[in-house]
Design a protein around this ligand. Structure first.
Ligand code: SAM
Length: 257
């Protein structure tokens, strides 16, 4: 028997002929006012407009507990790459490498010389929000997924984002964007924000995962609205310094002025 999640997913998959599937930059502002409808657009964009190689990448990471996330987030990253053409990007919290391998794949397809970095303990250690598989060698595992897609290996920093080595690593570069998806407890998310907001370039981005609980977004049954820690933290962002420019589900994108 189909569960409610599957029924909900298939209901949203079928776009009526008049449905607007545009998630290009011209629509981002509208999307901030209509977060739920925009999420559905991004979900449908995934199956109707995203390059097939990126759809295949998502299908691969959807199997065997290889990744978290949602189909619509592949649409988000593709849009960000097309619009910002970043040269140096960082992810905090890697798990099995879905997002950093997607970035590397998109960069290759766009013929973009983009250096991809990640900070993670590369263990099963998590936070109060999640449990991770304990029997994996995470570093080898990430490499195996890069090899599967024949991608150049990423630059990894084995640390917690709160470690001194990670601080030094974050502040050693001027980043085009940083994606924060490590420890979701408020105090840690706040420390991550403080370090990353200083290190990202002017005109660069910080993308917060799991941050839409108090944003007016109503997640469909197959999607996740977020955790209290990041959701609270993003409410405190100084609008004089950072402007929210795009939101797709619980992923929210802030531009440094
Ligand atoms: C939800 S998973 C990340 C999923 C990943 N972004 C992806 O797209 O597949 C969170 C990851 O953050 C790691 N983590 C937990 N606390 C961390 C911290 N303080 N700094 C960096 N990574 C952390 C966990 O071990 C886990 O691998």
């Amino acid at each position: 028997m189909l569960g409610w999640t599957k029924i909900s997913r298939s209901l949203y998959s079928v776009a009526p002929p008049w449905a607007n599937l545009d998630i290009s930059r011209d629509c981002w502002e509208w999307g901030l006012e209509h977060r739920t409808e925009f999420y559905v657009r991004a979900y449908r964009y995934f199956s109707t407009a995203l390059p097939k190689s990126l759809v295949q990448h998502r299908l691969y990471f959807s199997q065997d507990q290889r990744g978290f996330g949602e189909d619509a987030f592949h649409s988000l990253w593709y849009q960000l790459f097309i619009n910002f053409r970043p040269r140096k990007v960082l992810e905090i919290g890697l798990y099995r490498g879905q997002t950093i391998s997607l970035w590397t794949l998109i960069a290759r397809q766009l013929r973009l010389d983009c250096a991809v970095y990640g900070i993670s303990p590369l263990t099963a250690d998590g936070d109060s929000a999640s449990n991770y598989l304990k029997t994996i060698d995470y570093e080898q595992d990430i490499k195996s997924h890069f090899n599967h897609f024949q991608l150049p290996l990423p630059n990894l920093c084995r640390a917690y984002s709160t470690d001194a080595t990670a601080h030094a690593f974050i502040t050693s570069e001027a980043w085009d964007w940083i994606y924060i998806d490590g420890n979701h407890d408020y105090e840690i998310a706040k420390q991550d924000w403080n370090h990353c907001s200083a290190a990202v370039k002017s005109g660069g981005l910080i993308i917060f995962d799991d941050a839409a609980l108090y944003s007016g977004y109503h997640a469909p049954a197959f999607a996740f609205p977020g955790h209290p820690g990041p959701s609270r933290l993003v409410q405190e962002i100084d609008k004089n310094q950072f402007q929210e420019i795009l939101a797709i589900g619980h992923n929210r994108v802030f531009l440094k002025k």
